[in-house]
Each structure stands twice: as C-alpha cells, then as structure tokens.
Design a protein around this ligand. Sequence first.
Ligand code: G
Ligand code: G
Ligand code: MN
Ligand code: NA
Length: 252
Amino acid sequence: LGLIRQLRQDFEQRKLEVWYQPQLCFKTLEVTGCEALLRWPSDNGRYISPGIFVPLAENAGLIVDIGQWVLEQACEQQKKLAAMGKPISVAVNVSVPQFKVPNYAQSVKETLLEYDIEPHFIELEVTESVVMDEVGAVVETLTELQELGVEVAIDDFGTGFSSLSYLQKLPFSRLKIDRAFIKDIPDNDSGAIAELVISLGRHLGRKTIAEGVETQAQSDLLKKMGCDEVQGFMYAKPMPSHEFMAFLKSYK
Ligand code: G
Ligand code: G
Ligand code: MN
Ligand code: NA
C-alpha cells in the first residue's frame, strides 16, 4: 500500500494517536498547558514522524479531516484534565489547508460548543507559513478566533519569512521560539535570537514559550532572558493521554 493510502486507511480505522507534551511556567514550574501531537504507529512498533506524514496528509487533502479529529481529541483531553482538577490548556497545530476552509473559525466554535469547552482552554498553533499565505484572510480568521476566545500561538517563530511589520497587526497571544534557536545554547551565539524573540514578545505584550529545551544551561539562560514558558525533553517528552494524566497526577 502506498504511504498515503495507508495513512488514509489507518486514519479511518482510528489508528492514529494524539500524544501530549507538557508546557510549564518558567517561574513556578507549574504545568500550564500541553501540546497535542499526532503519532502514527507503524507495524514494526515504531512511529512514523508527523514531520513526514503531516506534509503528505496536507498534499493528499487529508489534513482537514485529521485536523478536525485532533481538535476533537484535544477537547476530550481538556475535559478529562478539568475533571481531574487540572484544567490546563491544550494546544493544537493547524496547517495551512485547514485554515483555508471557509468559516474555519465558525467550525472551531461549533466543535467547542459540542464538547462544552471554554474557548480559552484551547490554543491553536499556526506557523508563519499559515500567516504568510494570505495575510488579509488570515488576519480575519485569527480575529474571529480571538473574538471567540480561543488562544492563538505563532509556532516555529523565526524560521519562516514573516515581516515584522505585520506581526504587530496579527491577533495572537504567544510566540513559540523554534528549537532551532535553542539547540545550540550555550555554544555559539545562538541565544541571541531567542533573546530577540523574548524581547519582541515583551514589547508586543505577548507571551513567549521556548520549545525543545533539553539542558539545564538552556533552561537557565532562557529563564534569565525572561521567557515565560517552556516545553522540552528536559521536563517531559510527548506522552500518550493516559501517561500524561498519570504524569500530572504525580507532578508535585
Ligand atoms: O512531534 P514531532 O516533533 O515529531 O512533530 C513534527 C511536526 O509535526 C511538528 O512541526 C508539528 O507541528 C507537526 N504536527 C504534530 N501534530 C500535528 C497535528 O495534529 N497537526 C498538524 N498540522 N501538524 C502536527
Ligand atoms: O513544530 P512544532 O513546534 O509543532 O514541533 C513540536 C515537536 O517538537 C514535537 O513533536 C516534539 O516531539 C518536539 N520536541 C519537543 N521538545 C523537544 C525537545 O526537547 N527536543 C527535541 N529534539 N524535540 C522536541
Ligand atoms: Mn507546534
Ligand atoms: Na515548532
């Protein structure tokens, strides 16, 4: 079976999984949220990376349905977390084709109503490629989402080609510093870009989150720079839903 046919079949048979990675407040180390991340199990017990199959799903027109399913999973997860007394937010990645569906914000609204989720518990992560696509339409959709009360994060910030001039006009609440700008800290001069993004966020009144933090040295430096939140293997890797719930229960 070709990879795309296999993916479609596995999606229809509900074999895809959504894992969750904690996001923590730098100051208090409380878990403030999590990111929902797709996982595709293959026969040999390993997982095919979303870095590989998400672009395939985008090209095959599958990402809209898969993305809707991920949002629904995220809503269910949020309800479980709230029921457990840990009402934290769940972030969901959104691809360009999803964003282009007419009335995308309205469909998000209906899903939240259906699952009875307070909108601020859901965060949508959009990359600069989403934003660059058609700035006017994107700003409109982001505005609708923000009016709805959903949080918006700019993912992989600094890796695309967004112009700083319209960043100012974009409705979003968080900047995610891409791990490309974290991984070489404290070698080279790589902390410089992270520092720039943190400062930009502060001046724009937006929160910043560092992703891909793996070492104490990275953590110390980013905290000192005033980064608000952190996500990375140093704190926790992405985990299946039940494992994530257990992690939260045992977390101080
Ligand atoms: O989890 P991992 O680092 O392997 O993810 C690789 C890429 O796949 C990341 O860029 C991430 O944003 C993307 N990704 C993971 N889950 C989803 C999803 O549900 N939807 C979309 N569009 N992308 C996802
Ligand atoms: O592009 P996006 O930000 O959505 O990608 C998130 C991905 O980053 C997740 O799939 C997750 O597996 C990966 N990730 C999260 N923390 C770390 C980390 O500390 N190191 C590495 N190498 N990858 C990470
Ligand atoms: Mn992301
Ligand atoms: Na990223």
